[in-house]
Ligand binder design. Structure first.
Ligand code: NAD
Length: 437
């Protein structure tokens, strides 16, 4: 099949490379000329494990090309995926759909022959109707169907998620789209990935419901962690004790600094706004958002407490800036807020991250970026593990303790055990465990 992907970001690149790998002929289009020029040279603008190899293999095979021009790619496409960003709209938290609508207008100009336009971007329920209206307004002659095909991949494991999804959700309003979308995903379908057809609005809402539910699990366990700390229980064991119940499941029950990234924060907020437009109050989702915001303050309080109640003039080392390991994405990362709040309280913050420092330097220029994982510990009054990158999981703790001014380790991901920290001479604090102090 001939496929065009509009938007060559995390989702567009992974989807494009993945579909090309199935044997489809894929053109990825982006308005960012620098990004496209880099991709044409084989330079991948984001860090995602395995993506380099997948892109280069399919580019070499001639199945994947990059362009800034919509013309031929759209005219020839059987399916056009919209994979542009839908960030929070400044001020009100609604999803900003300007990129989706802009892309739709550009696509409309070039439609030729029967085409399915599939929205992969996360968009509020009803957006497909507006995409359809824009297409009809600009091209009343076009034979085009709009479907919703939300993306569920996780950054850091995106290729694996693309190849082995738990399910593929496709929202259609016209049966002709079913055969086309089945053909797109045939290789996955053969691998037993459930292909779930719904109506378009259901598919759009399914994506938000999934993200809101996962965010709710995170906020839930973080609230339990706070109670565990006060009550002398261990949140890790509580999480294991409930997670083994298959009705609950063990995923997304890790106490920590709260969720971040380019999806959960904006999507939970957008869902609440969409619900309000429909006169529905999603009190659980609202509480999830509030608990997550509060969690960042609680983590700062924990760090300040570890430093004796005042961080002014002190040096705090941070391990990790990205919102999770194996990505370079720092959008809405807890570490960024934590660093900012610590600096506001007068601390000097030194950080190291395997992939996130270039982006973070632009957002939090006051943070000193370190050269390696041990450098933030140098003369530090506390070292804080914020993102659980593998290289932070087996630190030489004696070396860490040896270079710190005050050997205090705050583990916001519960990676270490109290005994090993004590053996190395470090005071240890974590989240929701009896050693939380
Ligand atoms: P991104 O910011 O990485 O990429 C978006 C790309 O679209 C950018 O390269 C931008 O230049 C391009 N773009 C913007 N307007 C354009 C236009 N009119 N024409 C062509 N290109 C245009 O975004 P992302 O993280 O890939 O997310 C894309 C969508 O997928 C969002 O709606 C997001 O919520 C959703 N999503 C993201 C993830 C994730 O993990 N990143 C997972 C599931 C769903």
């Amino acid at each position: 099949m001939k496929i065009a992907i509009v938007g060559a970001g995390y989702v567009g690149l992974v989807t494009g490379a993945g579909l090309a790998d199935f044997g489809h002929q894929v053109t990825a289009i982006d308005v960012d000329a620098d990004r496209i020029a880099a991709l044409q040279q084989g330079v991948v603008p984001i860090f995602e494990p395995g993506l380099d190899e997948l892109l280069s293999r399919n580019m070499a095979a001639g199945r994947l090309v990059f362009t800034t021009s919509f013309g031929a790619a759209i005219a020839e496409a059987d399916v056009v995926f919209l994979a542009v960003g839908t960030p929070s709209r400044r001020g009100d938290g609604h999803a900003d759909l300007s990129y989706v609508y802009d892309a739709t207008r550009k696509v409309a100009e070039h439609l030729d022959g029967f085409t399915v336009v599939a929205t992969k971007s996360t968009v509020p329920v009803g957006t497909g109707d507006e995409v359809e209206r824009i297409l009809a307004e600009h091209r009343p002659d076009a034979d085009v169907l709009v479907v919703s095909n939300p993306e569920f991949l996780r950054e850091g494991a995106a290729i694996e998620d693309f190849k082995r999804p738990d399910r593929i959700v496709v929202g259609i309003e016209d049966e002709r789209a079913r055969a086309v979308m089945t053909e797109v995903y045939r290789p996955l379908y053969l691998n037993q990935a459930p292909l779930l057809f719904t109506n378009r609005r259901t598919a759009e809402l399914t994506k938000y419901a999934a993200n809101a539910f996962l965010a709710m699990k995170v906020s839930f366990i973080n609230e339990m962690a706070e109670l565990c700390e006060r009550a002398g229980a261990d949140v890790q064991e509580v999480a294991r004790g409930i997670g083994l119940d298959r009705r609950i499941g063990s995923k997304f029950l890790h106490a920590g600094p709260g969720y971040g990234g380019s999806c959960f924060p904006k999507d939970t907020l957008a869902l609440v706004r969409t619900a309000a437009d429909h006169d529905v109050s999603l009190s659980l989702v609202e509480a999830t958002i509030a608990a997550n915001a509060r969690q960042r303050f609680l983590m700062v309080d924990k760090i300040v407490g570890a430093c004796g109640g005042d961080v002014s003039g002190k040096t705090i080392g941070l391990l990790g800036l990205t919102f999770k390991p194996n990505t370079d994405d720092i959008r809405d990362a807890p570490a960024i807020d934590i660093a900012t709040m610590l600096m506001e309280r007068g601390a000097r913050v030194v950080a190291y991250d395997p992939q996130g420092m270039a982006a973070a330097a632009l957002v939090v220029p006051g943070v000193v970026m370190a050269e390696h994982a041990y450098a933030p510990a140098d003369n530090a009054d506390a070292l804080v593990l914020v993102t659980e990158w593998n290289e932070f999981r087996s630190l030489d703790l004696a070396r860490v303790a040896g270079v710190m001014r005050h050997p205090v380790f705050v583990d916001l991901r519960n990676v270490y055990r109290r005994e090993e920290m004590q053996r190395a001479g470090l005071r240890y604090m974590s989240v929701g465990r009896p050693d939380a102090e």
